[in-house]
Design a protein around this ligand. Structure first.
Ligand code: NDP
Length: 394
């Protein structure tokens, strides 16, 4: 039995709280902390006061986090605040000797660029302290890494090509909204594309490479090449790999809105002067757009996220497609959050469960593919994210 501290009471935090409560045989003490206490209260009312304790914390401040961790005494901290808080929360876990897990790569608020360098730099310190950090335990990154690891460990002798394919075919009825934090989402999508081939990174213009992929249970969708954080760790950890790319679906309407917002300067992340006030346009835009948490009750349709993996097994070429399909409305019925939050929150809880049960346990800072994929794959089936493996023609 373990004590878990969840930091961040957004869409993903809500799912993590609901799922931890469903796993009371693993987590006998559940605590939730966030910047705005009223958001924690809302979640507490949903899951029952007897199931969860709530706290206010500014996760940008290491000293506040240390005090909170010392008070709550968790075995593991699940960070589902924003990527900007990764380093402060990792530091607080180091100072207090507590295991750490997150779902997104550290990003500096002033630079729209994410990479693992600063989080990997904690590896030796975590190892010395005897604690573990698990990075990117969401869906992508997260489950996509586990799908690749499963293929590498159980289905192939050598993997040569991986395409990660992320389709959200949900419809929320608004002309324009993002399914998770708008600032993080728009920064990611408006950035240049990048993929890894033969040991080198190849950069593309934003949305330059497009293909149409037929997603099971959804149908054909325009899919655009983006840089995504799991490419950095998988290109290092899957030996023999020749190429890895990431594609995400976007509708014409979404891209036209985004281009227009970008052209008028609304995606800028630097401060501008407005009537004597300093504002950051993308943060102002976030205040105007629908709160992703409010999309839950209105979103219909499915998500399909998976990996197409090609390589060699017993001297023969082989190609498999491993994917999960989730239904927005079903996710909402279960956790009061749509599928994008659900598919992120459930793997975070699975990661934490495997850590506290000592199934995934080694001191240091690790990515998902550095563990045996089998127990995680089994838990996905049990915890609401069942997967399918299809053999494709080579
Ligand atoms: P939200 O914006 O809905 O929630 C983030 C929460 O963190 C908010 O409640 C916010 O508080 C809180 N927060 C922000 N800053 C601080 C701070 N300084 N101190 C304390 N709390 C803070 O985001 P999501 O729930 O959609 O996303 C959560 C995380 O999941 C993000 O890091 C995102 O990148 C990641 N993610 C990962 C995916 C994956 O598949 N790997 C997919 C989707 C998301 P407040 O309400 O006061 O603003």
């Amino acid at each position: 039995m373990a004590s878990v501290l969840i930091i961040g009471a957004g869409g993903v935090g809500r799912v993590v709280a609901h799922k931890c409560v469903q796993n009371r045989d693993t987590f006998d003490k559940i605590s939730l902390a966030s910047r705005t206490l009223s958001k924690c209260e809302q979640i507490q009312n949903e899951v029952g006061k007897e199931n969860i304790d709530i706290y206010q914390v500014d996760a940008d401040k290491v000293d506040e986090l240390v005090k909170l961790i010392e008070k709550v005494k968790p075995d593991v901290v699940i960070n589902v605040a924003l990527p900007y808080q990764d380093l402060t929360i990792m530091e607080a876990c180091l100072q207090t000797g507590v295991d750490y897990l997150d779902t997104a790569n550290y990003e500096h608020p002033d630079t729209a660029k994410f990479e693992y360098k600063e989080q990997w730099a904690y590896h030796d310190k975590y190892k010395e302290k005897g604690i573990m950090g698990l990075l990117g335990s969401g869906f992508d990154p997260g489950v996509t890494n586990v799908f690749c690891a499963y293929a590498d460990q159980y289905l192939f002798d050598t993997i040569e090509y991986i395409d990660i394919l992320d389709c959200n075919a949900g419809d929320h009825g608004y002309p324009f909204a993002t399914n998770f934090n708008p600032e993080i989402n728009l920064r990611e999508v408006s950035a240049k594309g990048r993929y890894w081939e033969n040991g080198k990174w190849i950069e593309t213009e934003p949305m330059e490479i497009k293909m149409v992929w037929d997603y099971p249970e959804i149908g054909p969708r325009d899919s655009y090449l983006l840089y995504h954080e799991e490419l950095e760790s998988l290109s290092k950890n899957i030996k023999g790999l020749k190429r890895i790319r990431f594609f995400m679906t976007f509708s014409e309407s979404y891209l036209t809105h985004m281009k227009c917002l970008e052209n008028v300067g609304m995606l800028r992340i630097d401060e501008v002067d407005f009537n004597g006030c300093k504002i950051v346009p993308i943060q102002f835009l976030k205040a105007l757009l629908p709160d992703p948490a409010s999309l839950g009750p209105r979103t219909k349709g499915k998500t399909n996220i998976g990996c197409v993996i090609e390589g060699v097994k017993d001297g023969k070429r082989k190609k498999v497609y491993i994917y999960n399909v989730s239904d927005h409305e079903k996710c909402y019925q279960e956790t009061k959050a749509q599928a994008v939050s659900y598919t992120t929150g459930v793997p975070a809880v699975i990661g934490a469960k495997l850590m506290v049960e000592n199934i995934w346990k080694k001191p240091g800072v690790w990515n998902m593919e550095q563990f045996d994929a089998k127990p995680f794959m089994d838990e996905l089936n049990k915890q609401g994210l069942p997967w399918v493996i299809k053999e494709l023609e080579v």
